[in-house]
Ligand binder design. Sequence first.
Ligand SMILES: Nc1ncnc2c1ncn2[C@@H]1O[C@H](COP(=O)(O)OP(=O)(O)O)[C@@H](O)[C@H]1O
Ligand SMILES: [Mg+2]
Length: 316
Amino acid sequence: MGDDDIIEVKDLEHAFNDVEAVRGISFSVRRGEIFSFLGPNGAGKSTTINILTTLLPIQRGAVQVAGYDLAREPERVRESIGIVFQDEVLDRDLTVWETMEFHGRLYSIPRDERRRRIDGMLAVVELEAKRDVRTKNLSGGMKRRLEIARGLMTRPEVLFLDEPTQGLDPQTRLRMWDYIRQVNAAGTTIFLTTHYMDEADMLSDRISIIDHGRIVITGTPEELKNTLGKDVIYLETGDDAKAREALRGVLEIRSITESPRGLSITISSDGSHCLPGIVERVRDAGIEIMSVNLKKPTMDDVFVHYTGKELRDTGA
Ligand SMILES: Nc1ncnc2c1ncn2[C@@H]1O[C@H](COP(=O)(O)OP(=O)(O)O)[C@@H](O)[C@H]1O
Ligand SMILES: [Mg+2]
C-alpha cells in the first residue's frame, strides 16, 4: 500500500450463490481524491462498496481502508468511514435535527461537540431551515443532502457514496456535485459509484470503469478519453484538396475526410497537442484557414467503447 493510498483492494471476489458479482478486482484510492466506480447496473459497484464498508463479509481478496485490514479490524474501518447508501435509509418520522442527533449519539459524540457538528453540517448542505421538518416531508434532494450530512458527522477520512444523485433532477444533481466537492476540499476522500458518465467525468480525479464484476480501465477522465485516440479536428480552409495534400504524411493523422464543415481529421493521439502543428502546416502551404474545431471523445464514448453497453442493449 503506497503512503498516499487510503484504500487498497487486491483480488477481491464476491459471489451471491452462483452469481459472481465481483470477479477479482484490484485498485487503490489515493488520500484526498475523488475516486469513482463508473459502471452499468449490475456491474458490481454496490457489492464492492458494501464489502469496503463492512456491510458484506469479505469472501476472497484483501482490503485495507485507512490503514486497517478489513478482515482483521472491521470496527476500526467502520470508525474511519462515512456511508451514504444507494437506497434511502432515513427514519421517516424523525425530523432533520433528530436524525443528526440520533446518529451523533450512536457514535457517542459528546453533547456540545455533537450540537456544533450538527449545526455545521446542516449549514454545509443548506438544511438549517428544515431542521424541524420530518424526513418524510423532504424532497428527494434534501433527503440525499441529509444523508450526506449524517455520513459526515463522524468526521470520516473516507466518505462512500453509492449512486449519490440517482433519481435527482438535473439542477439538484449539480448542487449535489458542489456539496461533494466542498466536502472533498475540506479533506475527506470520496469514493463514489455512479452510472452517470457526465457525473464521473465532472467530479472525479480518477475513474475505474467496472463491468461484469471486473475493472476494465482506470485513469483520470482525460487519460480515459485519450485512450480512444479518436480526437477529431475540423478544419475549414480556402482549399480543402490542397490542405489535404499538405497534411499527407503527418504521423498522428489516422484519416481525413471532406465534410460539409470542411476537413474532418481523425487523430490517433491527443488532438490538442497535434492541432498547432497541423494548422502551421496548412498555413505554410499558403492555404487560408477559416475555422478550427477540436472535438474530443466524451465519457459516453469511453463508456461505450469499454463496456459495449450500447451493443448489448440492442441484443447484439
Ligand atoms: N443480495 C444479493 N443476492 C443475490 N444477488 C445479488 C445481491 N446483490 C447483488 N446481486 C447481484 O450481483 C450483481 C452485482 O450487483 P450490484 O453490486 O448491486 O451492482 P451495481 O451496484 O453495479 O448495480 C448483480 O448481478 C446483482 O443482481
Ligand atoms: Mg448499485
